[in-house]
Design a protein. Structure first.
Length: 68
């Protein structure tokens, strides 16, 4: 009975780890897209890359509002 509880806990930790990896990949892809788009629009791409990497979706929303 104790091992079944640990099995369930392992499944929860696995789901959390998978979600963490997925969110990390989405964040990196979003930052790369913002970098390429900012570079195409002659904006400071490196600064926008850092903003999106540090703030995530909030930085992307700010970029979408501010971009030319």
């Amino acid at each position: 009975m104790i091992f079944q509880d640990y099995g369930m806990l392992a499944g929860v930790w696995l789901a959390i780890a998978i979600l963490g990896v997925v969110f990390f990949i989405i964040g990196i892809a979003l930052a790369v897209w913002v970098y390429k788009d900012a570079k195409k629009r002659d904006m400071n791409a490196a600064v926008w890359l850092l903003i999106v990497l540090l703030t995530g979706c909030i930085g992307c929303i700010i970029y979408l509002i501010v971009r030319d």
